[in-house]
Design a protein. Structure first.
Ligand SMILES: *Cc1c(COP(=O)(O)O)cnc(C)c1O
Length: 403
């Protein structure tokens, strides 16, 4: 008997919701000898990096960079404007909203958590009622996640701002765009967002290790009123740096800056609107396939209303343990890695094996998405997982008419 072919050799594809696929150009830009951190190219690069980051966030205000992951930006954003004892309202539509709220509690804030569950977007009426009841304006900040990467719910930040304006509430609007920035449409200034956090390893296509806190003058004024902010996390010197080391609170993440420079060049060469449109079209292809697979009732998308689905990530369900079986099959047999479910069921619970996620953020194109979906189709056939027909036809039609 001959050995069956091993179809996993070749270029592998990591389709998890972060870290995302790194462009070769980004990796090559990082492959260099240590640069001088006191003078020359790296130092001169900073003003351009700052300007081009702000163009991605659609803000003319400020950005502070941190040599850390998204959690670092979460903490940085909080400690600059939220003092121990301050009240914050946390709006959670998944694990990441809960996590940011836990971090607020850990720095001594009094966090009131509205948990909207794992399948529903923010309930604006409930938020409006709470703000109307806060006559003394005790709530200092509202924490919301634009795209919660666990559920793939995308919240309507414009509507949230409107609810705050209608209530005439002065709280800071703080938004986590770690998953969505550079994928889903986001307009920091036009939408009235006061503080926004992002990481470099998702839509920005750079290996994990840098994160960003964008803030406007209203947030900066709140920072100025703080009794104290610890030296490292203080956004003031980072955003208003006079010396190079101040941008980074010490030695710069040298190679990340080169990677980021290249990634921003790629993003702006394509154009923000085009980047958003590409993600929207690729996400629509993913949804078309998932809708077809769902016809047999075994497979399901976590978010039913397309208006609340992210263009960066898609959370999916299969009967347990089929999600884990599918992930294992595509990884071992065809070199494709899908994301684990996150926050949908406790680890150790058999239900955990019924959830998984697809990342389609950053450096992804039409053939990659067709390969991702085709690989999933092959896996479900190989494993005998019940699934509706016509998924690849549906996705191909979206790509064909979108291109
Ligand atoms: C990835 C992610 C985080 C956490 O970022 P880390 O880099 O893992 O610390 C937080 N919020 C959202 C929405 C994310 O997608």
């Amino acid at each position: 008997m001959s050995t069956p072919p091993n179809l996993s050799h070749g270029r592998s594809y990591l389709a998890i919701p972060g870290p995302s696929v790194m462009p070769e150009a980004v990796l090559q830009a990082m492959h260099r000898a240590a640069p001088n951190i006191y003078a020359g190219e790296l130092v001169q690069m900073m003003p351009g990096l700052v300007a081009d980051l702000k163009r991605v966030a659609r803000t003319t205000h400020h950005v502070a960079m941190y040599t850390g992951n998204g959690h670092a930006a979460w903490e940085a954003s909080l400690v600059n404007v939220v003092a121990p004892g301050d009240k914050v309202l946390v709006l959670a539509t998944g694990r990441f909203g809960i996590g940011w709220g836990e971090m607020a509690i850990s720095i001594g804030a009094e966090a009131e958590v509205f948990d909207f569950g794992l399948q529903a977007p923010l309930d604006m009426d409930r938020i409006a009622q709470r703000l109307a009841a806060d006559k003394g304006h005790e709530i200092k900040a509202i924490l919301a996640v634009h795209v919660d990467t666990s559920t793939s719910l995308r919240n309507d930040i414009v509507a949230l701002r409107q609810v705050m304006d209608d209530a005439d509430h002065p709280a800071l609007l703080m938004v986590d765009c770690i998953a969505s920035l550079g994928c889903d449409v986001f307009e920091m200034d036009a939408w009235g967002v006061d503080v926004m956090v992002a990481g470099c390893q998702k839509g920005l296509m750079v290996p994990p290790g840098m994160s960003f806190v964008f803030f406007n003058d209203k947030a900066d004024a709140a920072r100025a009123k703080m009794k104290r902010v610890s030296w490292y996390w203080d956004w003031t010197p980072r955003a208003h740096a006079e010396e190079f080391f101040q941008y980074h609170g010490g030695t710069a993440p040298t190679h990340h800056l080169y990677g980021l420079r290249t990634a921003l060049d790629m993003i702006h060469a394509e154009g923000m609107e085009q980047v958003w449109l590409r993600h929207q079209t690729l996400a629509s292809a993913v949804w078309a396939a998932c809708e077809a697979w769902s016809a047999e009732g075994h497979f399901a998308m976590n978010v039913t209303d397309p208006a609340y689905r992210s263009h960066a990530v898609t959370s999916l369900r299969l009967q347990s343990p089929d999600a884990t079986a599918l992930r294992d099959w595509v990884e071992s047999q065809i070199g494709l890695t899908l994301g684990i479910g996150l926050g949908m069921a406790p680890p150790g619970d058999p239900a955990w094996h019924g959830f998984f996620r697809l990342g389609h953020m950053g450096h992804v194109n039409g053939q990659m998405i067709m390969g991702l979906l085709g690989g999933m189709e092959a896996g479900m056939r190989a494993l005998g997982i019940v699934h509706g027909k016509g998924a690849l036809d549906g996705a191909a039609q979206v790509i064909a008419s979108g291109a």
